[in-house]
Design a protein around this ligand. Structure first.
Ligand code: ATP
Length: 275
């Protein structure tokens, strides 16, 4: 069953995306022609077991795949105007889109943050990489993003180094950096996996508030159906490089159609226990 959100406009459209890796005369088909759309102001969960192709989907959208990957298909972005195919853009053009119109949040914030740089300045850098503004203007914009990411005591936190912050606060800094240029899409690859349950719940709440209070759409990669039940509007189920099921969160949980989705759900508590 294909369900689509009818009230929103499309911001990203992936058509027949195929990715394979050729290593030492062996070919791994990571994505076998997946297609999906993301609409404005929605949270879409891309869910599937390890190795199903979730991260490769994200890296394809950002054009961050290794050179030995073979890629075909179409990825169209509508912002600020229609950009025909991200996959065929030269590196110089895609750099203007990464961190500006599409941002990514990874599982482990410490791997992204520079340990030797104050966190506020790392967000300032993201602003100045894409906009012609003075340092003080960029700092103001960075602090506003930190507020939006619900970082307490922004004036003090701005000047701290990553090691001075908890895991949850570090992830909020990464999120602040991700939203600081008002992107159209945020790709979040297992953003709560490295965090404890309480902090993880706070970060999920933050995603919901970003969806409700900004124009951003979020593609959330996860293997955790509890996270999906908590915040997703729509779900894409990926299995061995193919999207096998797509629907709103209730239809997926209440009446899964594909055997893999059924199996995935049977290994979880039922929906009423999760939400
Ligand atoms: N850089 C790479 N070189 C070769 N093969 C790769 C590379 N990246 C991914 N793959 C392969 O592509 C397939 C999809 O991997 P991907 O990382 O997208 O899975 P995933 O669903 O994100 O899994 P996980 O939840 O474990 O992160 C796997 O078979 C993986 O081994």
């Amino acid at each position: 069953m294909i369900e689509k959100k009818k009230d929103g406009s499309t911001v990203l459209s992936v058509k027949d995306l195929r990715v394979s890796f050729n290593i030492e005369n062996q070919t791994v088909e990571a994505l076998k022609g997946i297609s999906f759309d993301i609409y404005r102001k929605e949270i879409v969960a891309l869910v599937g077991e390890s190795g199903s192709g979730k991260s490769v989907t994200c890296y394809s959208i950002l054009k961050l795949l290794p050179v030995y990957a073979s890629v075909s298909g179409q990825i169209t972005l509508w912002h600020p105007e229609k950009i025909e195919n991200l996959l065929s853009l030269p590196e110089q053009s895609i750099r203007k889109i990464r961190g500006r119109h599409i941002s990514m949040i990874f599982q482990e914030p410490s791997a992204v943050l520079d340990p030797l740089m104050r966190v506020g300045d790392q967000i300032v850098e993201t602003v100045m990489a894409h906009r012609k503004v003075s340092y003080s203007e960029a700092k103001k914009i960075a602090m506003e993003a930190m507020e939006k990411a619900r970082i307490p005591e922004v004036e003090r936190r701005f000047y701290q180094y990553p090691h001075e912050l908890s895991g949850g606060l570090k992830q909020r800094v990464v999120i602040a950096s991700g939203i600081v240029n008002n992107p159209i899409i945020l790709l979040a690859d297992e953003p709560t996996t490295a965090l404890d349950v309480t902090v993880s719940a706070q970060i999920l709440k933050l995603f919901k508030s970003l969806r409700d209070n900004t124009d951003v759409s979020i593609l959330l990669i996860t293997h955790d159906l509890g996270v999906v039940a908590e915040i997703a509007d729509r779900v894409l189920v990926i299995y061995r490089g193919e999207i096998v099921e797509e629907g709103d969160v209730f239809s997926i949980f209440d009446s899964p159609e594909h055997p893999y989705t059924k199996k995935l759900l049977s290994s979880r508590p039922v929906l009423k226990d999760v939400i």
